[in-house]
Design a protein around this ligand. Structure first.
Ligand code: ZN
Length: 416
């Protein structure tokens, strides 16, 4: 039995940014098998979801999250840069939370992502092997990494090895894949960073790390003899599109140029960076040079897990930074939040656009919501007007994970 989304407006995010009015989309198993004129694709026995008042778009790809730490929301607003201790991002009072709290936080965050139209995340935390099964149970697609540090002692590779063993690194074979996740340039030694690159190449994994997030990090790596973040990455062999750097907001002009030559991927987290550093990436400088995706980061520094808001903020602040209201146009921003994010995670051949042969990771927006009317330009409405309340249905790998703005399964079920 196939699933058919009928009579929808489809925003494809394909190579021509096509928008199709009154079209059907047919899903066989996990995959989009056909797109055709409205009313043309349903056969007897198919399940049909009426989308006459629906807009189908690719699900958001959130390239940088810490879902386990969702329970820190509201604990760190309006702080000085010095509030964040060197070599880590702890929130005062976090000691009171235990294992059960983190498991519940992760399930709640996964629910929030799905309800907000996110179909894929790249998530990291220490001991991720104990938490990843909750992400798996939620139905989200994910790249997961267990944080590695060696400031106080040798890095513990056990959780990373168990993640690779359980999920592998091939996104075509597994909805959850393992990455290698050194924490940051100042919390990992040069030797550990080098080992991460070597192990990633052997395992066919991507490397995920925080880079150039604050001045203290740059000061620390300069004390180790590096000129800056770029030279530290190059010294460790961590450059190129298989390396995924969150933030990258403390790079000088020369480093910007070098970064673009290396082609290292960036997770741009505008809300998080603006909130805790009052600083942002010059998005327009990088967006067409290297793979760039958007990330919400964690609740202490954002605090919303809302990719609509992140996309709009990135576009508007990017215009301000470039001093040009014509840059980062709406279709470009939607691509950044979907297909480009998939490219950052190495899964753009599978998801990120609505095209035949791709996995059905889809969001249906409710065109009855006031913010979606009138619909002169569907892409403009998505980027500049829509919000999580516009999300009606969400599918991942062809499975319905949100229907009518609600989760069919409560998040408590994912932790048991
Ligand atoms: Zn982070």
């Amino acid at each position: 039995m196939a699933l058919v989304l009928s009579h929808a407006v489809i925003v494809t995010v394909d190579a021509r940014d096509r928008v199709l009015c009154d079209h059907d989309l047919r899903i066989d198993g996990t995959t989009i098998s056909a797109i055709g004129p409205g009313g043309s694709l349903a056969r007897p026995g198919d399940r049909v979801i009426d989308c006459a008042n629906g807009l189908v778009m690719p699900g958001f790809v959130n390239t940088h999250t810490h879902a386990t730490l969702g329970l820190f929301r509201g604990l760190a607003d309006d702080k000085t840069r010095a509030f964040w201790p060197e070599g880590g991002y702890r929130v005062s009072g976090q000691e009171r939370f235990g294992e059960a709290d983190y498991r519940r936080s992760l399930a709640d965050a996964c629910a929030e992502f799905l309800l907000n139209g996110v179909t894929c995340i790249a998530d990291r935390v220490a001991a991720m092997d104990a938490y990843a099964p909750i992400i798996e149970a939620s139905g989200l697609r994910a790249s997961v990494g267990s944080t590695l540090v060696d400031l106080a002692g040798p890095a513990d590779w056990g959780p990373t090895e168990r993640l690779i063993e359980r999920y592998g690194t091939d996104p075509a074979r597994s909805r959850i894949v393992a990455g290698i996740a050194p924490h940051a340039l100042d919390t990992c030694s040069d030797a550990l960073l080098r080992e991460c690159g070597e192990r990633a190449r052997r395992a066919g994994a991507r490397v995920y790390l925080h880079v150039a997030q604050c001045q203290a990090e740059i000061d620390a790596i300069r004390r180790r003899g590096h000129g800056g973040a770029l030279s530290c990455l190059r010294c460790a062999g961590l450059t190129g599109p298989d390396v995924v750097a969150a933030h990258a907001i403390y790079l000088d002009r020369d480093e910007e140029e070098g970064w673009c030559r290396d082609g290292t991927a960036i997770c741009h987290c505008p809300a998080s960076n603006l909130k805790i550093e009052a600083r942002t990436l010059p998005l327009n400088r990088y967006a067409d040079e290297v793979p760039v995706g958007l990330g919400t980061d964690w609740t202490a520094s954002n605090n919303a897990m809302d990719m609509f808001w992140e996309m709009r903020l990135a576009g508007l602040v990017g215009k301000m930074q470039a001093d040009d209201p014509t840059v980062l146009p709406t279709a470009r921003m939607l691509r950044l939040a979907t297909l480009d994010g998939a490219r950052v995670l190495g899964i753009d051949h599978l998801v990120g656009s609505v095209e035949v042969g791709k996995r059905a990771d889809l969001v249906v927006l409710d065109l009855n919501q006031p913010e979606m009317r009138p619909l002169h330009d569907p892409i403009s409405n998505i980027v500049h007007s829509a919000s999580p309340r516009s999300v009606r249905d969400v599918l991942v790998d062809g499975e319905i994970r949100v229907r009518g703005g609600k989760l069919p399964v409560p998040p408590e079920a994912w932790t048991s």
